[in-house]
Design a protein around this ligand. Structure first.
Ligand SMILES: C[S@@+](CC[C@H](N)C(=O)[O-])C[C@H]1O[C@@H](n2cnc3c(N)ncnc32)[C@H](O)[C@@H]1O
Length: 329
């Protein structure tokens, strides 16, 4: 009997998608994220209705990343800033920008301007739907738009206090474009810049779903292309570039001062219990073990020998401007 949930993609559609991906990598990626489905937001960032639960498959990395982002908001507010402008490049379903706007509001910023954009229209649509409550707040001007990071950004020079580009947006771009894109992100940023990408030694990912839901995948690191066949019959080929730490630093060091370059999640995912193998081993899942893992994450995350083996590489940077200029409202 045919399972009605499984959609077999006709061979001609696969070929057409592959042609589109080759001719225009941006549109190829957009098509893939447009078809990612309603469950994608929860897979990517945790329950989209519980913004601060950090309960998704990437929970440990998400919590570490949030600590970094939260600290930047707190620092701006503590320095007396009342207004803030935030930009999320490749926002996906918008969860991170919603987190930032929610927190900025609770910190008492009186004017919060925030723009998220993504090349995938379905993701932007989802972000808009999920953010309606925030957009209604009088202090908040929040927009989500369809746009390509390879195009010039509409923001003015040095107008953004916090620019984020999270979870592999940069990994989907053509390497040849990265120097220009890094300069463009720097041009509009007057405050902080935070990005994560997939490093060269990271465990595999198929980006739109868990690796377990992939029947097979093959990453070609010469062409930066990954061919994926999901268990539900979807097949696609997408641009994926894996970064070395020095390469990532190289793109941004010209215009930013790098505060942090480190691996995120070297040990937590690898030590996580797999319920398909051994579902009930509470003795192995205690808090002490968890805090030991965090201790070794701290010890090895910034180690040059280890950081490229993490699930993500985290780069935190700021524009090297005079203090008075940076904190001026
Ligand atoms: C793994 S998702 C991460 C989404 C979001 N940053 C998050 O953390 O939830 C990568 C996103 O990059 C977007 N993307 C890829 N290439 C892009 C481009 N050229 N311009 C804008 N967005 C792009 C994809 O559509 C996708 O939503």
């Amino acid at each position: 009997m045919v399972n009605p949930n499984i959609r077999i993609v006709p061979e001609r559609d696969v070929a057409a998608a592959a042609r589109l991906a080759r001719a225009n990598p941006g549109q190829g990626v957009a098509a893939i994220y447009n078809q990612a489905g309603a469950g994608y937001a929860a897979y990517a960032d945790g329950d989209p209705h519980q913004l601060f639960a950090f309960d998704g498959p990437h929970a440990y990395a998400d919590r570490c990343l949030w600590e970094v982002l939260d600290a930047k908001l707190v620092a701006l507010r503590a320095a007396g800033r009342c207004e803030i402008r935030i930009l999320d490049a490749g926002c996906g379903p918008g969860t991170w920008l919603r987190r930032l706007v929610t927190r900025a509001h609770s910190l008492g910023f009186s004017r919060i301007s925030a723009r998220g954009f993504d090349i995938a229209g379905a993701q932007v649509e989802r972000a808009r739907l999920l953010s309606r409550d925030l957009s209604d707040l009088p202090e908040v001007a929040l927009t989500f738009e369809v746009a390509d990071l390879c195009d010039r950004l509409p923001e003015n020079d040095k107008s953004v206090d916090l620019t984020i580009c999270l979870y592999s947006v940069l990994s989907h771009l053509e390497v040849i474009r990265l120097p220009w894109i890094a300069r463009e992100l720097a041009r509009v940023t007057r405050g902080f810049f935070v990005a994560t990408v997939r490093p060269i030694g990271s465990p595999p990912s198929v980006f739109v779903d868990t690796v377990e839901n992939a029947q097979q995948f093959r990453q070609d690191n010469i062409l930066d292309r990954c061919r994926v066949e999901l268990c539900d019959g979807r097949c696609f080929t997408m641009n994926i570039h894996l970064f070395s730490a020095s390469e990532l630093r190289g793109y941004f060091a010209h215009d930013f001062e790098i505060e942090t370059l480190r691996g995120l999640d070297l040990f937590h995912s690898r030590f996580a219990l797999d319920p398909r193998w051994n579902p009930l081993v509470p003795a192995l899942a205690d808090d002490q073990f968890d805090s030991e893992l965090s201790r070794i994450e701290d010890a090895y995350g910034a180690s040059p020998r280890f950081m490229e083996h993490a699930a993500h590489l985290l780069l935190v940077a700021h524009r090297p401007v005079a203090t008075s200029e940076r904190w001026a409202s």
